[in-house]
Write a protein that binds this ligand. Sequence first.
Ligand SMILES: Nc1nc2c(ncn2[C@@H]2O[C@H](COP(=O)(O)OP(=O)(O)OP(=O)(O)O)[C@@H](O)[C@H]2O)c(=O)[nH]1
Ligand SMILES: [Mg+2]
Length: 280
Amino acid sequence: MADNNTQIQWFPGHMTKTLRQMEKGIYSVDIIVEILDSRIPFSSQNPVLRRIGKHKNRIYILTKEDLSDETITRQWINYFSDINADAISINTKTNKTKEKLEKFLEDYFDSGKARIKFGKPRMMFVGVPNVGKSSVINILLGKNIARVEDRPGVTRGKQWYTTDDYELLDMPGVLWPKFDSDTVGYNLAFTGAIRDEVFDTEAVASSLLLEISEIYPENLLERSGITAKQDMTGYDLLVEYAKNRNFLVKGGEYDTERAAKAVLYDLRNGKFGRITLEEP
Ligand SMILES: Nc1nc2c(ncn2[C@@H]2O[C@H](COP(=O)(O)OP(=O)(O)OP(=O)(O)O)[C@@H](O)[C@H]2O)c(=O)[nH]1
Ligand SMILES: [Mg+2]
């Protein structure tokens, strides 16, 4: 992983406001539903959200399973089971998910693990930006009511929704002021939890190519015709990528800026195949 400092400015003021709303709102919900990205189930766990609602029951929904490595997603689900946490992986883009998710919630509430203070169970949906919180809510609503877009920061204020069985509280995505490691920051940048405008796209895309060349070399070859040679840097891989896709700027130089955007697009849209960046 690259160790250059990309100076990511990822913690805008509205996130502080959301955290305050969560701290207050915690008393009016029965459980916390933490949404994680199945490609980065560790990096997408917000330590501040772990602290808020520490004493509340919590379940985990790993989204984007259509984009992640099936074998590793199973390992993550086993990992959560081993630590006695209820977790499910889903793809919010298919209709079959509604039934699977409803069954999971029904089993969870039937187990009696959560104490329901009010009529219908009240659940607060939290997680990093762009992870799929509103998409999961739409699945349960059976309609696209909550606003969903492929960029972080779409949900701007807390919003309650009601189904026949549940009260659902959608929250804006939040990050935290200081990442434990560069890897966490890069993983969040790769997967689109941090706004692209606030980091150096070429540095982040270079780092992603290096990572993919190490853990999924066949996927890299298939998508971009690149076989990484020893000693190649991430930036060398980015130039190769631009070369192989014929991305040129005037004067015959390779357009690494365009390549960087394309690399991030590829990961986020499954063009590199199914990729998981961290194992339990
Ligand atoms: N491939 C795939 N994309 C998904 C899945 N779930 C959500 N997405 C996409 O991820 C993007 C973000 O989804 P949202 O539901 O808006 O995410 P959010 O967590 O509410 O985002 P914020 O409100 O910005 O914090 C959208 O483009 C969704 O279509 C999934 O299971 N698979
Ligand atoms: Mg949202």
